[in-house]
Design a protein around this ligand. Structure first.
Ligand code: FMN
Length: 173
């Protein structure tokens, strides 16, 4: 696997946590966000963290699709029947998908990447929510994965595990 990690530049809002346990203790799922955008450096930081995730045989089957466009966020927010509406109010969403022809443990690989992104977001002081897509259906009974694939125009051999909704926290935990 020929992969060169880009030199990680740290966003200004990086909070230097005392230790890892502090980070884990402070993270709570956030479903309400302010209108403030997420700066590019922070998004890059979160993506770079995800790309450092372990994966079975280091196949790294995941692909991360960053959505900031309001109309697309709205479309994603109804891609499943419940638990996705919060995406409409997020500043950004990262769709975690994988080429399932590459590995039989893509669910595990994508799950790890999802939580790594949530922890990276927390380190930046940003709120995040894991929105489950795999095995979920929309209000009409259509497959949520098919909906997301159609919205993002993903290839046939891709599947979707989750969407990480991101934003500046509108509530204090
Ligand atoms: C596998 C998984 C799927 C989840 N799916 C959703 C979801 O679709 N929508 C949502 O609002 N929260 C979702 N969550 C967030 C959980 O509801 C949340 O992590 C849980 O209530 C514990 O709260 P905490 O994250 O603040 O500790 C999901 C979390 C996990 C780990």
């Amino acid at each position: 696997m020929n992969y060169e990690l880009k030199k990680l530049s740290l966003p200004n809002n990086l909070i230097h946590m005392k230790n890892f346990l502090e980070l884990l203790k402070s993270r709570r799922t956030c479903r309400r966000f302010t209108d403030e955008d997420i700066d590019k450096k922070s998004l890059e930081y979160i993506l770079e963290a995800a790309k450092l995730s372990p994966s079975g045989h280091r196949i790294r089957p995941w692909e991360f699709f960053v959505v900031e466009d309001k109309e697309t966020l709205k479309a994603l927010s109804v891609s499943k029947a419940s638990g996705a509406a919060l995406i409409e109010g997020a500043a950004a969403a990262i769709v975690v998908a994988a080429d399932t022809s590459k590995t039989d443990v893509w669910v595990e690989d994508c799950s790890i990447a999802t939580i790594i992104m949530q922890l990276a977001a927390e380190e930046l002081g940003l709120g995040s929510c894991w929105v489950q897509i795999r095995l979920r259906k929309d209000a009409e009974g259509n497959d949520a994965t098919d909906n997301v694939k159609r919205i993002l125009n993903l290839p046939e051999n891709y599947s979707v595990l989750s969407i990480v909704a991101l934003g500046h926290k509108a509530i204090d935990f």
